[in-house]
Design a protein around this ligand. Structure first.
Ligand code: SP5
Ligand code: ZN
Length: 358
């Protein structure tokens, strides 16, 4: 039998219902309320993938308790505060209650940690457009559960690829504060599961936005090398992190790599960054496992981003990942062109699978 006729393994996809009902209604946009970009309709991503390409994806049940990993990546009092906030909202009179933080701890002289009411959750927040709802804690925990389960499954079964279809996203979530539509850092939780078995992990973040949370969690560590390709933070969110001179600190110095891509960037230049800048650094590190934080808000059609990537670009990114030849868990991050996100994710997976026989 030739390898050409060998049936390809499906993409093992870790995902847990329900998530459509989880839909922040609005976000602040410079003084105005607009429909929230992380709308419940983003959850249709999975339906589209499964319905349109049923032989390519195999739905897997997330099986691993995420709590130990949440408490490792995040401050336990932060995890508790988020749980308490969602619970208080459930107990409130209002149905489908959402709390928008608007008072933050920043660097104030006095910062009393007393999260007794949901109104205090701003202690753990860094922006106004990431509201907390009744289902936020559950949904964010399940999202992390998909990520740790994908990693656990891949390592336990000696497999080389798995996909965690996470929502909400994770890469803006820091050790003890949330923002950028993210609460728990799903990629970091997966990294912590990996480190129980292996020694060195790369997190490659290709979301349009810089993954400030992932960077900050691993900034002083040399066992997790964080590589980010993203839009210029001088111009776009998260504004205060993601510059190229941020290279890590202490033991972690040299194990954080930020690469800023220009507005309107297209396939050729994007792949050149991956091949010429990401690949040598990544391979030189000799990771046992790679985690890809896959945002498809780099697409030309994305309402938040201003990159110029197309379906072909995502295929090329998938082929690139395969060419790295290291076991990989792909974790879903952003992507807000709801009508096309499944097309972009599928293109990435197609590229990966093509790479397999190339
Ligand atoms: C996971 C992820 O991709 N989070 C991104 C959060 C970025 N939020 C920036 C929102 C500010 C811009 N307001 C939207 C205007 C839409 N036209
Ligand atoms: Zn993003």
């Amino acid at each position: 039998m030739t390898t050409g006729t060998k049936a390809k393994k499906p993409i093992r996809t870790f995902y847990q219902e329900p998530t459509k009902s989880y839909s922040p209604p609005k976000e602040y946009n410079f003084g105005e309320l607009i429909p929230h970009a992380d709308s419940g309709s983003r959850a249709s991503l999975i339906e589209s993938l499964i319905k349109e390409h049923s032989s390519t994806y195999e739905l897997m049940e997330p099986h691993l308790d995420p709590l130990p990993y949440l408490n490792k990546v995040h401050a336990p009092e932060y995890v508790e505060a988020l749980e308490a906030c969602s619970k208080k909202l459930q107990e409130s009179e209002e149905s489908n209650a959402w709390f928008f933080p608007s008072v933050f701890r920043v660097n104030q002289e006095f910062n009393r940690q007393h999260v007794q009411s949901n109104k205090h959750v701003g202690y753990y927040a860094f922006d106004t457009f990431t509201p907390v709802g009744e289902e936020t804690f559950n949904q964010a925990s399940r999202s992390a559960q998909s990520a740790v389960s994908a990693m656990d499954w891949m390592l336990n079964n000696n497999e080389s690829f798995a996909y965690a279809l996470c929502r909400p996203s994770g890469h803006h979530a820091c050790h003890d504060y949330f923002g950028g539509y993210c609460f728990f850092n799903n990629a970091a939780c997966a990294a912590e599961r990996a480190l129980e078995t292996v020694k060195k992990v790369v997190i490659l973040d290709v979301d349009y936005h810089h993954g400030n949370g992932t960077q900050s969690i691993y900034y002083d560590r040399k066992d997790v090398f964080v590589i980010n390709v993203h839009a210029d933070p001088a111009k776009v969110f998260p504004y205060f992190a993601g510059f190229e001179d941020e290279v890590g600190t202490g033991e972690g110095e040299g194990f954080n790599l930020n690469i800023i891509a220009e507005k309107d960037i297209q396939t050729h230049d994007y792949v050149e960054i991956l091949e010429n800048r990401v690949k040598p650094a990544l391979l030189n590190f000799k990771p046992d496992v790679v985690i890809v934080s896959l945002g498809v808000d780099t697409a030309a059609t994305d309402p938040l981003g201003d990159f110029g990537l197309t379906e072909d670009s995502f295929e090329a990114i998938g082929r690139f990942i395969k060419s790295i030849n290291v076991p990989t868990v792909t974790v879903q991050e952003g992507g807000y062109d709801v009508a096309s996100i499944s097309k972009y994710v599928h293109a990435y997976m197609t590229g990966y699978l093509q790479g397999e026989t190339a």
